[in-house]
Write a protein that binds this ligand. Structure first.
Ligand SMILES: *Cc1c(COP(=O)(O)O)cnc(C)c1O
Length: 367
């Protein structure tokens, strides 16, 4: 079926839908689930993923930038779209034209946004985006900004998977304090939201309010909790698998050096395969001489340096593999299975970075 492809990912729409439904069921009917589809839906394809989620009943989507929001609109996506990563002055026009909803990060910005519905972000202790202002100041600014309408109040956590830290409790307290102050001033936004994947899966229910913003869990991943965190309360499974075709197989003699820098030396006569995937596709260079892929149902070590367009593996275990056959980088074959977390661990990075690192050159196939 993928005969013409050299390196591709398969994205499972049923898995994506199942993950979304599991999250929605878990948080219950009173909590709106706003899927995060930024960074091209963590490289799963923002338009296709959004279509599938809207078909499952999602009403809101979250992206990072106006550009990402415009991309969704041009792709025919008509749900509400929240732009979380800040709106630059020259992006305002497109924000309005494409009916995107901004997150406002400061009271100065609020004074200039014009007559739109917006979500206001509180910096409750993450120290990144959001305002540090207190409730009274915010209330006054919200009033002055009318007819701009405060539709949502939000914050974002820095350490929500870490149950040895009190940072999340502190951030939650701060958020609720500001909310309370606003309520006393007669300001009650429709949506209040704090939680990304980790506070949802690790059941920090006090953070859910009436909206949650899961990203990575939709795609089947989460961060294991630290300290006495509960086990994730629901099952999400990876949506994407990643394959590459074999470009060449050959036998090399004992002592042969493999690839740039000659950092691998064959200890014996071996059969190798050169794959049509490299760091330009997002294969982490740090997997050089360390990582593995699945070839003919078994793990096959990466030999030598991962190069820009090619990666070499040991296939001594299999005499069947031929040019054009596919190997699995993320996914499973028979008993062998590995996901983005395994690659990330070996490469010394995080699963988010492995997924987002899969480059535009890698074709996507929806199954
Ligand atoms: C990326 C992001 C999310 C989603 O985070 P995950 O850990 O992928 O669930 C939620 N909220 C904000 C503000 C984000 O930037």
């Amino acid at each position: 079926m993928n005969d013409s492809l050299r390196c591709w990912v398969e994205v499972s729409r049923p898995r994506l839908a199942a993950n979304f439904r599991a999250i929605r069921t878990f948080v219950g009917p009173d909590v709106e689930v706003m899927p995060v589809v930024k960074a091209d839906a963590y490289r799963h394809g923002a338009v296709e993923v959004s279509q599938a989620l809207l078909a499952e009943g999602a009403r809101w989507l979250a992206v990072s930038s106006v550009e990402e929001g415009v991309h969704l609109r041009r792709g025919g996506i008509f749900g509400r779209i929240l732009v979380m990563g800040g709106v630059l002055p020259w992006e305002r026009e497109a924000l309005i034209e494409f009916q995107l909803t901004p997150v406002v990060h400061s009271l100065e910005e609020l004074a200039t946004i014009g007559p739109v519905a917006y979500h206001l972000k509180i910096d409750s202790g993450m120290g990144r985006l959001g305002t540090l202002a207190g409730a009274d100041e915010i209330a006054a600014a919200v009033r002055r900004a009318q007819p701009a309408r405060l539709e949502g109040l939000m914050t974002h956590f820095a350490s929500s998977a870490d149950f040895t830290s009190s940072q999340t409790a502190g951030q939650t307290r701060r958020f609720l304090e500001v909310r309370q102050g606003l309520r006393e001033a007669g300001i009650t936004p429709v949506y209040e939201h704090m939680a990304s994947t980790n506070p949802v899966l690790l059941a920090r229910r006090e953070t859910w309010q009436n909206m949650v913003r899961p990203g990575i869990s939709l795609y089947g991943y989460f961060t294991a909790g630290k300290g006495d965190a509960p086990k994730p309360a629901l099952d999400v499974r990876p949506v994407l698998s990643w394959k590459a075709a074999i470009v060449l197989t050959k036998e090399v003699p004992e002592g042969a050096l493999i690839g740039y820098g000659g950092i691998y030396r064959a200890e014996r006569r071996m059969r190798i395969a050169v794959l049509g995937v490299g760091y330009a596709d997002g294969m982490p260079h740090r997997l050089s001489n360390k990582g593995r892929v699945i070839a003919d149902g078994k793990f096959a070590p990466i030999l030598g340096a991962v190069s820009m367009d090619l990666t070499t593996i040991d296939i001594t275990h299999s005499s069947r593999l031929r040019v054009g056959d596919a190997v699995t980088i993320i996914g499973s074959e028979e008993e062998a299975s590995q996901d983005a977390r395994h690659l990330a661990r070996t490469a010394g990075t995080i699963s988010y970075s492995v997924l987002c690192g899969i480059s535009a050159r890698v074709k996507r196939v929806y199954v």
